[in-house]
Structures are given as structure tokens and as C-alpha cells.
Design a protein around this ligand. Structure first.
Ligand SMILES: [Zn+2]
Length: 478
């Protein structure tokens, strides 16, 4: 468990990620290929993310429900673009109860195709709308190359599915949920994100347009971190979901869908971790404060443990997630490294001399600093120190993003630069898919987002030299 042997980020980021995930107890590979087991430390981070999202869904008027995992294959076949987009990733059940099924059942890759036919039965008049529903569930996407949290054949997420009487109302919903995602990414996960629109080539299959938040990881790669889609009437037409509008006419309902998944546990690891392991934002850290008692014999042990327990009781009473590491079989130095690896924001050390002086040592995971404080001061300051750590870790990530955002001078310098440095590369684009495809095939960088609102493109397309229509942000991405 010692930090010896943890690969250095700068030398081999994928190896660093794999080792940190494993040694910190976040997750491991599942027994079926491409699946993962979320272990308690990783699942606890997800639970905090889930709560942060769910509270905001409720606050914006949504209710939770749950549809079945299995979808009749014929339903998926009805929306052609959606079918084409998901076909390679489908997991299909063909046998049940020992018999070949009359109709194959698809393990949901996402639930539009089962939700919209049902919504059609629920809506008669505009008075029934909007439907503002969300579900928490696992989804299945057969992946050839998998990586824990980032891309696995089964993962947990939430999928919101709303139906509206007007296009404007649905578009407002799409923007509102993107803002919820931005807030959770930035204020809870401390990951600064770009918000924007996906290019048509990167749009969700079956959507009219897709909005996304994108975070930058510490290897300079982007991570799509949450998406919100305007479905127009595509799914309501495919599944015949009509309602009687205010003019007394039948109209197809306007739809949205939006999702945020356990991939963001991986995002949190990669946006903040360092060569010592995880650095967790206090808002999602399963343990926010660990108290490590330091002693050599039984007499010292009882003295320091008494103080440690007192600190724990007081902090827990203030709803701070605190743990006393009183394991006898490990030395303090080992415990320090282990809690650093697990990303605990604050460590309080209590030794016999500290007990005598009525003081403790506070070690900060984010800044790496140590301070000595009177025991009472330390207890009183913990909430403030956690709030400071939450801000500091966000500022660190923001500074990293700023240092790794480049203005594109020419196609040649961009192609060379993105190879050497990754990060975000920003410049004018003509909007043509041919230019987009040329960049991705030659550099592996893709357009992450274009601005939500029209902006000055700032010059000619970096690829073809025709007039620019948008300012695009390119990056290599997960
Ligand atoms: Zn162009």
C-alpha cells in the first residue's frame, strides 16, 4: 500500500490511473469481460454524486421512476438513426427459460425506445404535459476496449426523459439540465468544465442537437462529462406520441433526454489525482477527515485515543465524515500514505507530546501543508478548512486548464502541438464535416464543443481556409 511503486503521472498516465483505482479501493475488473466491480470507496464517491444530482433534479421539478432493463428488439428498430448509432453496442438476450425467444430482448443501452411508446399511452391532452421524469439504473453497451469507470460494458447512470407541449419549453429544459450538470461538475466535483454544443457528427443518435459539459484531465485529454439532448419530435413521431394541443389539434410531443454516469468517478480521479494518489474534493470524499493516533506503548495509546475519539465525536456531531484509524498492526507512516492514496482531504495527527500540549497537527492533502493548532482551534476550523480545500482543488484544476488551453495559429502548429501537449486547442472552423473528419483522422483530436450561442469565429477555418462560422474547441478525448 506504500506509495513506492505507484507509476508517475508524467511517465505513464494510464498505468498511474489503473494502479490508483486498484490500490485506493475504488474498483476492480468484474468477472465478465468488460465489466467492473465498484468497491466501497468508489461507490461512496458515486453516492455523493448521485445525491448532489438527485437533489437538483427534484428542485427543478422532476420525479424518479424506473423502466425495465429489457426492451423488445422491434422497438429499437423503429427509430433508424438511433438504431444505427447503437447497433454495434447492443447486448441482446435470445434465450429465456431454456427456449429461444420469439422476439429478442435488448439490454437497455439507454431507454428512449421503451419510454416513448409508454409516454404515448400516458398523454392525451396538453394538460397532461410536461412529463418530467428521471431514472437511476444500469445500462449495457458492448465495448471492445474497456477502462474502469470510463468505458465498461455495464455502468450506472441516471437518464432523464421529458416530454413537452412546445419546442421552446423542451429547449429550455435541455439548457436547464446542462446547467445542473455544470453546477455539479464545478461546485461538487471541483472540475471546471466547458459547456457547449456537439457537432452534428458527435450528436446523440436520434437527437436534433446535443449539449455537453467537457472536463480536462491531468494528461491533457478531455472527458465528456454529461450530455443533454433536444430530441425534437423524432422519438414521438417514431412511437406515435401525440397529444391534443391548445388549438384542439393532434401534435407530436417535444422531447429531451440527459445523462450523467459513473464515468465521472473516473473523471474525478483523473482531474485531481497526483503522484501520491487520489485527491478527492471534500464534497464527495467518503472520509473527509482521518484522525491518526501516534503511540509507542499502551499508556501512550490510551491517552492519544481518548483525544482522537473526542475529536471524532465533535466533528461527527457537525456532520463531518470522520474516521479514527486505530489499527494497531500498522505504523503511522503507513497510515499516512494510505489515506493520502485514498485522497482524504484532511489528516489530524495526535501524538503523546500533542496530548501534553493540548494540540494536534493538521495535514492538508490538496496543498500538502502541515499546521500545528490547539485541539479546540483545530476542531473549530475543520469545516472552514474543508471549504477552503474544495475551492483550492477547483482552482488547481482551473489553473491546469488555463495553462493547457492553446489558441490555434495554423493547422501545422496545431497538428504538431496536439501531438506533443494535448490540452484544448481553440480556433475557427467552417462547420464542414469534411474538415472535422480530416482533423480527427490526422491528429486524433476531435471537436469537443462549439459555443452555445453564435460567436465571432475569429478568422478563416484552420483546415480549409474558407470563412470560419464557429469557434471550435479540439482535444484528444476519452
Ligand atoms: Zn473548413
Amino acid at each position: 500500500m506504500a506509495k513506492d511503486g505507484l507509476p508517475k503521472q508524467a511517465e505513464d498516465f494510464p498505468a498511474w490511473y489503473q494502479e490508483v483505482v486498484k490500490r485506493s479501493g475504488m474498483a476492480e475488473n468484474g468477472l465478465a469481460k468488460g465489466t467492473m466491480v465498484m468497491k466501497p470507496h468508489g461507490y461512496a464517491v458515486w453516492e455523493h454524486i448521485q445525491r448532489a444530482l438527485d437533489d437538483r433534479f427534484k428542485a427543478t421539478g422532476h420525479e424518479n421512476l424506473l423502466f425495465p432493463t429489457l426492451i423488445p428488439k422491434s422497438l429499437i428498430d423503429k427509430e433508424q438513426e438511433h438504431l444505427d448509432g447503437f447497433s454495434p453496442e447492443l447486448t441482446i438476450v435470445t434465450i429465456g427459460g431454456g427456449e429461444v425467444l420469439e422476439e429478442p430482448l435488448v439490454m437497455r443501452p439507454t431507454s428512449e425506445t421503451v419510454i416513448w411508446p409508454t409516454y404515448g399511452k400516458w398523454m392525451q391532452s396538453y394538460r397532461d404535459l410536461p412529463f418530467l421524469y428521471n431514472q437511476w439504473c444500469n445500462v449495457f453497451r458492448w465495448e471492445k476496449r474497456t477502462r474502469i469507470f470510463l468505458r465498461t460494458s455495464e455502468f450506472i447512470w441516471q437518464e432523464g426523459h421529458t416530454a413537452h407541449a412546445t419546442a421552446d419549453e423542451a429547449k429550455e429544459e435541455v439548457a436547464r439540465m446542462l446547467e445542473v450538470y455544470r453546477e455539479v461538475a464545478e461546485d461538487v466535483l471541483a472540475i471546471p468544465v466547458l459547456t457547449g454544443k456537439k457537432t452534428p457528427a458527435e450528436t446523440f443518435p436520434g437527437a436534433v442537437y446535443s449539449l455537453a459539459i467537457e472536463g480536462l484531465m491531468r494528461d491533457g485529454k478531455a472527458l465528456q462529462s454529461g450530455t443533454s439532448h433536444f430530441l425534437g419530435q423524432n422519438f414521438s413521431r417514431a412511437y406515435d406520441c401525440q397529444f391534443l394541443n391548445q388549438d384542439g389539434e393532434q401534435e407530436y410531443a417535444w422531447g429531451t433526454s440527459w445523462g450523467f454516469s459513473t464515468r465521472m468517478v473516473g473523471g474525478t480521479i483523473m482531474a485531481h489525482g497526483d503522484d501520491r494518489g487520489l485527491r478527492l474534493p471534500p464534497a464527495v470524499a467518503p472520509v473527509q477527515v482521518v484522525v491518526v493516533p501516534i503511540y509507542k506503548n499502551d499508556e501512550e495509546r490510551s491517552g492519544v485515543l481518548e483525544v482522537a475519539e473526542k475529536i471524532k465525536t465533535t466533528l461527527a456531531g457537525n456532520l463531518i465524515r470522520v474516521k479514527v484509524d486505530d489499527r494497531d498492526q500498522y505504523r503511522p507512516g503507513f497510515k499516512f500514505s494510505e489515506w493520502e492514496l485514498k485522497g482524504v482531504p484532511l489528516r489530524i495527527e495526535v501524538g503523546p507530546k500533542d496530548v501534553a500540549a493540548d494540540q494536534v497537527v493538521i495535514a492538508h492533502r490538496v496543498s500538502g501543508e502541515k499546521q500545528t493548532r490547539s485541539t479546540a482551534d483545530a476542531i473549530g476550523q475543520v469545516a472552514g478548512l474543508l471549504a477552503d480545500a474544495q475551492k483550492a482543488i477547483y482552482q488547481d484544476a482551473l489553473a491546469y486548464r488555463e495553462a493547457n488551453t492553446h489558441e490555434i495559429e495554423s493547422y501545422e502548429s496545431f497538428a504538431e502541438g496536439v501531438e506533443a501537449e494535448s490540452g484544448y486547442w481553440v480556433g475557427p472552423w467552417c462547420g464542414d464535416e469534411v474538415c472535422e473528419a480530416k482533423v480527427s483522422s490526422e491528429t486524433k483530436a476531435t471537436i469537443r464543443v462549439v459555443p452555445l450561442e453564435p460567436t465571432d469565429p475569429g478568422g478563416a477555418c484552420i483546415v480549409c481556409g474558407k470563412p470560419g462560422t464557429q469557434r471550435a474547441t479540439w482535444a484528444k478525448a476519452y
